[in-house]
Design a protein around this ligand. Structure first.
Ligand SMILES: C[S@@+](CC[C@H](N)C(=O)[O-])C[C@H]1O[C@@H](n2cnc3c(N)ncnc32)[C@H](O)[C@@H]1O
Length: 618
């Protein structure tokens, strides 16, 4: 066993980044004096901010039993990895899109390094907590282990799912404890101009709003839209027939975020006509009077037909002063009616109005679809035979397209994330809109392999992939595909075997003979790529350097050596490519400590006057 202290070479950190690493760094930068050794000291911080301990006994905010535990879940790094599953992928080589099968909590943790600040739009449609749905059993100390048990990947008995029943004493608390760490981790992935949409209903909307206020900051609340989800009322309802769900919208920087305008509807365009053949094109007339008092808005005018108008209609004022009125009239921008004798109105030209319409908070099914439409869309993609109620809660793609139009651009390779993917409607919506506007948006979907109890598609993740396979065929004659990944144990032994890695740093120092025997070099490369901060879809080339295979990531910014026999020739040839990071498996050195020293020496001497290369062992 090698001890980290005796190592000439630095260890590569396999732990996923926790949001606290970044927050602590920012805090330390602002208030270095509030740190005692490397830990923040809340008492010092409170005194610097002028807050005394007694002021904080009663405070406004959301709390529930289990909240403190849920907060510690965020800090615990993931001990897993994502593995490419070629057989479940579709056109993986061309696919820029990704479907990940796994518990979204672990997956969001694994995404922290590679996707920090990169996601333009998140849409999630979490379980609404209707009392019938199951809530994934995060037992806060287990994380990956409980997932592996749940999916039968570990030796122990597979876990049972449990429905979070309304009669459960912790009904709301369980749901909040599930949502809190996931939303907190997701926020870190948003770009500064990124935005999140969450669909929800009356079971949890009140809690979700407060929870999101806490995580995103109340100033970043953008809107709570109403989605009219049903197209005919349920007369069987005992009290009210529920017509709508909510769409909560928060921005990473909600105050500054501006939505794209929506395309004008045909009805709106129809309002513009051109009865006087104005060369500036169709226009519609607008009122020139208003009830607001305007001291310069009372002058008399003369119509072209010769009628004297003594002033604006009683109780109103012209909206422009006389000079402005005269210049508008001279420019043929005043409409006096077909006979030239009416009350003047302003001509607003279609060519000059805003290029679209401002979104409203009421989303009607005519524009964004309803639940029946969503079910039809799913059934058109996935054949369930006789039981078409296998997946009950899809959303219409038009609903998600509305969000995409507001929050993403067609030409920015915008990344869209949905970590409660269900049937994958978000992926289909991205493809449809790209097809329509020639866009290049990309998506990442995360879905738990929740059992369906149905043989053809045993898990919801199978449905997600099948729907997207069929949608890709249909939308762009098979040129659309995705890479399919699944959450699993790290390829590095220290993480696996059910090891309780409470102290990750300590665990890391126990590395030795650490690569799992069956780990393929592809799997190792994917794990290291992700943990070194590269996106999953980054292309990797295999080079021959010094007679050995070396994996080159992004034009050799990162070089990975997964072989067993490193030589100084290989090191020299890698260094000549000037990567910023070289990762070498520990086993590549065998017992040759001299090779380690020489390799490090080669790197160090090449760094004289050049941008630094760092060499780390894994
Ligand atoms: C309401 S559905 C989403 C439906 C989706 N919007 C659609 O249009 O098909 C919520 C999904 O989240 C999944 N889910 C629940 N807990 C999860 C977790 N911890 N990780 C990943 N997915 C989860 C459930 O399996 C379910 O399929």
């Amino acid at each position: 066993m090698t001890n980290q202290k005796d190592e000439p070479l630095e260890r590569f950190d396999l732990a996923s980044l926790t949001p606290f690493d970044q927050k602590y760094a920012a805090l330390r930068d602002l208030f270095p004096e509030t740190f005692s050794e490397s830990e923040p000291d809340p008492a010092r911080l409170a005194s610097i901010l002028g807050v005394s301990g007694t002021d904080v006994v009663e405070r406004y905010g959301l709390t529930w039993p289990g909240k403190a535990n849920a907060a510690t879940v965020i800090q615990k790094p993931s001990v897993g990895t994502l593995r490419l599953d070629s057989e479940k992928s579709v056109a993986a080589e061309t696919g820029r899109d990704v479907v990940i099968e796994g518990d979204n909590l672990e997956v969001l943790k694994l995404m922290q390094r590679s996707y920090h600040g990169k996601v333009k739009m998140i849409y999630i449609d979490p379980p609404y907590n209707t009392g019938k749905q199951f809530i994934y059993p995060d037992n806060f100390r287990e994380g990956l282990d409980s997932y592996l048990q749940f999916t039968g990947q570990a030796d122990e008995e597979g876990r049972k799912l449990f429905a979070n029943a309304e009669t459960d004493g912790r009904y709301h608390s369980n749901w909040l404890s599930m949502m809190y760490p996931r939303l907190a981790l997701a926020r870190n992935l948003l770009r500064s101009d990124g935005i999140i949409f969450v669909t929800i209903d009356d079971h949890e909307v009140h809690n979700l709003r407060l929870l999101m206020d806490e995580i995103f900051g109340p100033e970043n609340f953008v809107a709570n839209c109403i989605w009219q989800k049903v197209f005919s009322p349920k007369n069987s309802a005992r009290q009210f027939s529920e017509d709508h769900d909510y769409v909560l919208v928060y921005g990473r920087n909600g105050v500054e975020w501006l939505p794209n305008l929506l395309p004008r509807t045909e009805e709106m365009e129809k309002l513009y006509k051109n009865p006087d053949n104005d060369p500036r094109g169709p226009w519609m007339s607008d009122n020139l009077t208003a009830r607001n008092y305007y001291s310069k808005g009372t002058y008399p005018i003369q119509s072209p037909g010769g009628r004297s108008i003594s002033g604006p209609p009683p109780g109103t004022y012209w909206r422009v002063a006389q000079e402005k009125f005269d210049s508008l009239d001279a420019d043929n921008r005043i409409w006096w009616g077909a006979e030239g004798d009416g009350v003047p109105r302003l001509k607003r030209f279609l060519s000059e109005v805003k290029d679209g319409r401002v979104p409203q908070t009421l989303w009607k099914y005519e524009e964004v679809g309803h639940t029946q439409e969503a079910k039809k869309e799913l059934l058109a993609r996935v054949e369930f035979g006789s039981s078409d109620s296998v997946f009950e809660t899809p959303k219409p793609t038009r609903l998600i397209e509305r969000m995409l139009r507001l929050a993403t651009d067609s030409d920015g390779e915008d990344l869209v994330l949905d970590f409660f993917a269900g049937s994958g409607a978000t992926g289909e919506a991205v493809w449809k809109l790209n097809k329509e506007d020639g866009g290049n948006r990309r998506f990442i979907l995360v879905q738990l392999p929740e059992p369906t109890g149905y043989d053809d598609y045993e898990t919801v993740a199978d449905i997600t992939r099948e729907r997207l396979r069929a949608a890709g065929q249909d939308i762009d004659s098979g040129s659309l595909g995705y890479q399919s990944y699944s959450l699993g144990k790290s390829n590095f032994g220290v993480w696996g075997g059910g090891a309780d890695t409470e102290d990750v740093q300590q665990a890391l120092s126990l590395f030795a003979e650490n690569v799992e025997d069956q780990a393929s070099s592809e799997a190792i490369v994917t794990e290291l790529l992700l943990k070194a901060g590269y996106e999953l879809t980054t292309s990797v080339e295999t080079l021959k350097l010094g007679g050995e295979e070396v994996h080159s990531v992004e034009d050799s910014q990162l070089l990975i050596f997964t072989g067993d026999n490193l030589t100084i020739d290989v090191v020299e040839e890698m260094v000549a490519l000037r990567p910023s990071l070289i990762l070498v498996l520990d086993r590549a050195f065998g017992d040759d400590d001299e090779l380690k020293v020489n390799a490090l020496q080669t790197v160090r001497s090449s760094n004289q006057g050049e941008t630094d290369i760092s060499l780390k062992v894994v």
